[in-house]
Design a protein around this ligand. Sequence first.
Ligand code: NAD
Ligand code: TYD
Length: 379
Amino acid sequence: MNFKRNIIITGGAGFIGSHVVRLFVNKYPDYRIINVDKLTYAGNLANLRDIEDRPNYMFVRADICDFDTILSLMKEYAVDGIIHLAAESHVDRSIKDPFTFARTNVMGTLSLLQAAKAVWEAFPEGYEGKRFYHISTDEVYGALAMNHPEGIEPPFKTVASSEGHKAYGDDFFYETTKYNPHSPYSASKASSDHFVRAFHDTFGMPTIVTNCSNNYGPYQFPEKLIPLFINNIRHGKPLPVYGKGENVRDWLFVEDHARAIDVIFHEGKIAETYNIGGFNEWKNIDLIKVMIKTVDRLLGNPEGHSLGLITYVTDRLGHDARYAIDSTKLQKELGWEPSLQFEEGIEKTVRWYLDNQEWMDNVTSGEYEKYYDSMYKGR
Ligand code: NAD
Ligand code: TYD
């Protein structure tokens, strides 16, 4: 079959990547979607069961640092677009093992850029019609001040903004905010963002970078706050709240991020940066109380039943105080906005994890990793 486009999505077996793959495979039957994923602990093909047999979907187990494999894949399928999500993504792991983050996030991105450059420059039409879209995080901007700990009326609102929505500081992350990463994770993502922009500025590669706030939703690995806590509440296990639980994050439903990626991949301007977020700031402790309330209600427990599980623990090293994205540019220029109100999104998410205990048991036991290792041995 001849496809209109041949697109590599890296990290497609991970949390956000699996939602992006699903959206593209379903929405664009005339595109070949090639999911390139190493299947680290965070990659899980069970996230894509519903689309794995589609004729426009292909999975290739490969490390993005493996330049030769990426190069030959790009040549073989005349790849004209890359949507790059593969990364080491957890701040706590980056504190313990920064090398892995530099390897995958920096060297892996560079290897993809070099492969794309080699293949695209050899096409008669060069870079025309090509696109290298790099998915990054708001954490590259550093931390915002919490100068209104009680919250103030925010300057903006979207569908995603929670009821009684507040902002906890005067400032926001804009596309023009200077990079100031604090964790090894955000430092590695910042470095990869710079490499992507350098390939545009030096070689004319058609690149786009987006920086998104914290995502939540189905298929997120339970080392991250929301799935970890939903699972712990269900099993009556302690909820380790770092520090005083006062840090603020700006939460966006993962399918809304995937929709933004679709719009930006197709309509975003080359060499631009877009911030993606829903104007939806939450203090961790308030969010944890919403999760407790929702899980208890859905499990038929009396209200307040699981509040005693909250356990304050030693703070994360270098813990960023507040993240808050201004996504006005994306909303105004490309007409994207979130589709889901936060309370609806949390309810949907809690229900999904409660209904998919088998998925959770599988990832927490690590069974799936053993399976892939035997299945893909020697490849
Ligand atoms: P994730 O950890 O759930 O998934 C990462 C995927 O990348 C996994 O499938 C893993 O197997 C794969 N991978 C890791 N190293 C690889 C390598 N060397 N070669 C090939 N594949 C490899 O991550 P996520 O939360 O889905 O994040 C995806 C992207 O979005 C990342 O680039 C992250 O920085 C960015 N991001 C995440 C968030 C968030 O809240 N999760 C917010 C903004 C941006
Ligand atoms: P996390 O989901 O790791 O995302 P990020 O660090 O990229 O924002 O954490 C979200 C917030 O929750 C962050 O402020 C750290 C905090 N947190 C806890 O308090 N306890 C936990 O066990 C985890 C995983 C996170």
